[in-house]
Design a protein around this ligand. Structure first.
Ligand code: ZN
Length: 324
């Protein structure tokens, strides 16, 4: 037998193999049997790696991960409560499933989650939203409305009666800082009132003073009221729902249906006989409106404006105006 082994490997290699095997304790139990086994059946174990120096050895015991501090008793849910709930409550299981994904802030599950015993620390409560940032006010902040303070001061100096309204947000129809305008200088009334941006209200107020001048000059009767067909309306241009949103949808426009005077019949906005004082008055105030508004449309512009003057403050490229 040894002869066969020797014929396969040189004795020195054989001895080294046995020595290694012995060192590993593999042959201790049956050295004879091992000797009889051909070397092929006892593979040479790889040399042992050198002993690691003490300095490089990892600490014997890994430090245990820190355990969360024990919950104070006042935060623990009532001991009896979980037992009361049936184990197979599908609602609770469903709630648990959704809780794994993280409940929505403020949801019922959120509060439920916070009181569950398996969660050691409840997530911190979100900071309280300041009241001035909620609802419409928050929306208004998002669109960064212009500061209307200076405009409102001018409006007061112009003798306009107005009060601020809540921000308007009806789908795409928006007005972050609308005003309810009820009266102009000289007691010129707006019987229907008008919901307008400060800028549109200011333009209207300045124009009304010019209308008053024209009434005294052409008609010899003072203007007492402006009859409006509408100011803020959430709609498309020319009442076409498919059209681009009208400036009325931004409280940036007004439709003037007619003018009322002291001691004289009102003048409705419509085509008047050439040469009449009504035609002269309407023509003059319409031309003046082009100095205050970016858009002025009326009888003759198109069929939609045959019975009123539409005025608005639509922004156009390079400050272009539409005065027809
Ligand atoms: Zn209009």
């Amino acid at each position: 037998m040894p002869g066969r082994t020797l014929s396969i490997r040189p004795p020195s290699v054989m001895r080294a193999g046995v020595a290694l095997a012995l060192a590993l304790g593999l042959l201790a139990a049956d050295p004879v049997g091992a000797a009889e086994t051909p070397a092929a059946s006892v593979p040479t174990p790889p040399p042992l790696p050198p002993e690691r120096p003490e300095t490089l050895k990892p600490p014997i015991a890994e430090p245990a991960p820190p355990t969360p501090p024990a919950r104070p008793p006042e935060l623990k849910p009532a001991v009896a409560e979980p037992a009361k709930e049936p184990v197979k409550d599908p609602g609770r299981e469903k709630a648990f499933e959704s809780a794994k994904e993280g409940p929505k802030e403020g949801s019922k599950d959120f509060a439920k989650e916070a009181s569950k015993p398996e969660i050691p620390t409840p997530p911190p409560a979100p900071p309280e939203r300041p009241p001035e940032l909620s609802g419409g006010a928050a929306l208004a902040l998002k669109v960064s409305p212009p500061d209307d303070t200076a405009c409102r001061t001018r409006l007061k100096r112009l003798g306009v009666d107005f009060e601020p309204l809540a921000p308007i947000a009806e789908g795409q129809c928006t007005a972050p800082l609308p005003l309810k305008v009820t009266k102009f200088a000289d007691g010129v009334a707006l019987p229907q009132g008008a919901t307008l941006t400060c800028r549109a209200a200011e333009a209207l107020a300045r124009w009304v003073t010019e209308v008053q001048v024209e009434a005294e000059r052409t008609l010899k009767h003072p203007l007492t009221a402006l009859e409006l067909g509408g100011s803020y309306v959430c709609r498309g241009q020319n009442h076409d729902i498919d059209a681009k949103l009208s400036e009325h949808a931004f409280a940036n426009a007004a439709d003037i249906m007619g003018f009322a005077f002291a001691g004289r019949a009102s003048i409705p906005v419509k085509a008047m006989p050439d040469g009449s004082e009504e035609a002269q008055f309407l023509g003059a105030v319409r031309t003046k409106a082009c100095g205050f508004f970016r858009t002025v449309l009326g009888p003759g512009s198109n069929a939609a404006h045959a019975n009123h003057l539409h005025v608005d403050q639509r922004e156009r490229n390079a400050g272009h105006r539409l005065c027809e």
